[in-house]
Design a protein around this ligand. Structure first.
Ligand code: ADP
Ligand code: MG
Length: 225
């Protein structure tokens, strides 16, 4: 028992260290980003506008890698509360729709009749955001993304479907492995975070993909309902 406790502490320690280092790296990045933005605002270095844009983009990319990595490394307990998944989708919808519109896509939601269940709202929001982002990024132009909730075999299912280019066999076998990405500016951490969140909720993620598009379905056990 003692050995087990020591092991557990060490796991927590790694998570805490990762969080601490992440924080320490982020602070200087925020300072640098702030000065770059100031240069833009004041119209300085106008010959290097493109380079400054790139510097800000790259800082944002590094920042999102840290955010996603931390949500993988963190060992925090899930905060399960009773609620309805439809409410989470409903609350996120305007934000996602604005995002879809900006990228020239359409977003739809289909709310099935589903019972209340226990989940960590912040984590489910992150899960939907990551899946929706991948959906948007998988479509060249004017694609359609549908977020749907429904019951199947006494499980609540949350599905995100896109009309994108599909996932190749090669990538399909590696889904969920950290840092696997086919995107120039990808982090390869979005899906690993989704799998981690699903695991913490006792949910399963399945993928259906083809040349017509891709559907990610997350199915939740109804044990807590
Ligand atoms: P990232 O989006 O940063 O590349 P993810 O972990 O979110 O990392 O996704 C890993 C890879 O899985 C993506 O680079 C992409 O190749 C593939 N992928 C994920 N979702 C989809 C989707 N809806 N359609 C096509 N490919 C996808
Ligand atoms: Mg992604």
């Amino acid at each position: 028992l003692e050995a087990e406790l020591a092991q557990l502490d060490r796991i927590n320690l790694v998570g805490q260290m990762a969080a601490g280092i992440g924080h320490e790296i982020r602070n200087p990045m925020t300072t640098v980003r702030g000065y770059l933005q100031m240069f833009q605002r004041k119209g300085e270095f106008t010959n290097y506008q493109g380079q400054i844009d790139t510097m800000i983009e790259e800082l944002d990319r590094a920042n999102s890698i840290i955010t996603e990595f931390l949500s993988l490394a963190k060992n925090k307990a899930v905060k399960m509360k009773l609620g309805n998944l439809n409410q989470v989708v409903l609350a996120l919808f305007p934000l996602l729709q604005a995002d879809a519109f900006r990228r020239g896509h359409q977003l739809y939601a289909e709310y099935g009749t589903i019972p209340d269940s226990e989940f960590d709202e912040k984590e489910i929001r992150q899960l939907i955001l990551n899946l929706a982002n991948n959906a948007f990024e998988a479509m060249e132009n004017s694609g359609e993304v549908t977020i749907r909730t429904y019951m199947e075999n006494e499980r609540i299912v949350l599905a995100v479907r896109d009309t994108g280019t599909g996932i190749s066999q090669d990538v399909l076998t590696k889904l969920g492995i950290p840092f696997v990405t086919t995107k120039e500016k990808g982090t390869g951490l979005g899906l690993p975070v989704c799998y981690r969140i699903a695991e913490r909720h006792g949910a399963k993620i399945s993928v259906d993909t083809g040349c017509q598009g891709t559907t990610f379905s997350v199915s939740f056990l109804l044990t807590n309902a």
